[in-house]
Design a protein around this ligand. Structure first.
Ligand code: NAP
Ligand code: GDD
Length: 323
């Protein structure tokens, strides 16, 4: 039987790298879309590069997406590319709308026009719940996004449902809650904390400046969450799923656990800096993953404490290597 082909947008990101590993291990031919840069940053997929095929494209450019889908003829398309950092979405609201929102329509259009039998995954987000109407949040909880990023993701979510209903595409949205790893971008709070802990532990720094320590997030491990993406595309019917751990922790609890795991007292190092307070905050996220557990047989494997430890150890290792 011919190998299945998967096309991943956002392959250079955190999730793109874990999803590539998973699909390669399942025997897929994996194609990744990358955008042109004056200096290539493929650190997260460097260890996979010989087993991947990269194609050029950008979510703001329809013809490059049409060409990528036409050339690859994928069986599965995972749309992971986005301007994904919430604070940047206030500074660059229209860029965020272009990439994170309209970019989804462009990928769907490319699929509809040239490969309508392909199965499509959209990276929806718990950020869409924003000012939450239910606790915990489920697939039926109404959205009230609190950032231009969240607004763009709501658009991407509903255009995916609309293409499923209008054109009968096999299109799914995974409403993923925050998921982290040693490959998380340094600006996101978990990695910012674990990187600072490692730097402080090694005597390279003394201080960590943070914003709102009271925000609560349902944090899981990215390696677990990409499995849910794949499972969504293996079902008889396309559907949307919440992917979460069902546990919530404050940023402060993450800080305590990370400093504690390195034998440090966080209160000696953390400074609250108003620059990191957001114009509108998402105060509480906690997902109910029952539907994913029941229909996909999915459950998270890595606990909160294991995740914190894995990330602190990852940063210590990386900094020691670079020293
Ligand atoms: P990430 O690390 O920020 O990666 C984003 C990817 O998008 C990168 O590969 C980036 O490429 C690419 N990209 C950005 N703008 C692009 C453009 N105009 N054209 C083509 N590619 C572009 O994000 P992630 O954490 O892996 O998340 C993956 C997806 O899941 C995103 O859509 C995110 O919004 C969503 N999501 C994430 C979480 C989470 O907790 N991680 C939760 C819910 C949903 P470059 O390397 O060239 O910048
Ligand atoms: N980044 C950051 N930096 N966040 C901080 C800081 C800081 O110095 N101090 C406190 N926080 C708080 C934020 O105010 C927010 O409440 C929480 O930490 C988490 O922030 P991020 O790690 O930046 O993630 P996010 O929840 O805004 O967004 C992430 O998760 C979404 C899913 O809910 C991103 O990965 C999004 O792309 C994703 O959709």
């Amino acid at each position: 039987m011919a190998k299945k082909k998967a096309l991943i947008t956002g392959i250079t990101g955190q999730d793109g790298s874990y999803l590539s590993e998973l699909l390669i291990s399942k025997g897929y031919d994996v194609y990744g879309m990358v955008r042109r840069a004056s200096v290539e940053r493929f650190d997260r997929i460097a260890h996979l590069q010989e087993r991947l095929t990269l194609v050029q494209g950008d979510l703001t450019d329809q013809s490059s997406l049409d060409e990528a889908v036409k050339t690859v003829q994928p069986d599965e398309v995972y749309n992971l590319a986005a301007q994904s950092f919430v604070p940047t979405s206030w500074n660059q609201p229209t860029l965020t709308g272009e990439v994170t929102g309209l970019g989804t329509t462009r990928v769907l259009e490319a699929v509809r026009k040239t490969r309508p039998e392909a199965r499509f995954y959209q990276a929806s987000s718990s950020e869409m719940f924003g000012k939450v109407r239910d606790v915990p949040q489920t697939e039926l909880t109404p959205f009230h996004p609190r950032s231009p990023y969240g607004v763009a993701k709501v658009y991407g979510h509903f255009i995916t449902i609309n293409y499923r209903e209008s054109y009968n595409l096999y299109a799914c949205s995974g409403i993923l809650f925050n998921h982290e790893s040693p490959r998380r971008g340094l600006e996101f709070v978990t990695r910012k904390i674990t990187n600072a802990v490692a730097r402080i532990k090694l005597g390279l720094s003394k201080e960590l400046r943070l914003g709102n320590l009271d925000a609560k997030r349902d944090w899981g491990y990215a390696g677990d969450y990409v499995e849910a993406m794949w499972l969504m595309l293996q079902q008889d019917e396309p559907d949307d799923f919440v992917v979460a751990t069902g546990e919530t922790h404050t940023v402060k609890e993450f800080v305590e656990a990370a400093f504690g795991s390195a034998g440090l007292d966080w209160e000696k190092h953390v400074v609250i800096d108003p620059r990191f307070i957001r114009p509108a905050e998402v105060e509480l996220l906690i997902g109910d993953p029952s539907k994913a557990r029941k229909k996909l047989g999915w459950k998270p494997r890595v606990s909160f404490d294991e995740l914190v430890k894995m990330m602190v150890e990852g940063d210590l290792k990386e900094l020691k290597k670079g020293a």
